[in-house]
Design a protein around this ligand. Structure first.
Ligand code: F3S
Ligand code: F3S
Length: 105
């Protein structure tokens, strides 16, 4: 799977959403999350993120290694909805994302 890491927090550019052929990039309050079982590893999202927040799981920088679990655990309650657009904004975040300091420009 691919993983969305810390640079997405409070940026949420969403260019990635437009590229995903299986609609598996879900919007939380402060970041987006890739569903690890719905992602087909097409890789289309990775180059379009302007802040380089997206990585193939094995290529995620060490400082953001926990984001593989962050993306997966976001779906603990949701299961596999099979499409992000139908859900729209999900008004919560994984605790790791929720705990990030708020960016002040
Ligand atoms: Fe976030 Fe980059 Fe997508 S900032 S919403 S991962 S394009
Ligand atoms: Fe979609 Fe990116 Fe996976 S475009 S299928 S989330 S690699």
């Amino acid at each position: 799977t691919y993983v969305i890491a810390q640079p997405c927090v409070d940026v949420k550019d969403k260019a990635c959403i437009q590229e995903c052929p299986v609609d598996c990039i879900y919007e939380g309050q402060r970041a987006l999350y890739i569903h690890p079982e719905e992602c087909v590893d097409c890789g289309a999202c990775e180059p379009v993120c302007p802040v380089e927040a997206i990585f193939y799981e094995d290529d995620t920088p060490q400082e953001w290694a926990q984001y593989k679990a962050v993306n997966a655990e976001f779906f603990d309650e949701l299961g596999s909805p099979g499409g992000a657009s139908a859900l729209g904004l999900i008004e919560r975040d994984h605790p790791v994302v929720a705990g990030q300091p708020v960016r002040t420009g």
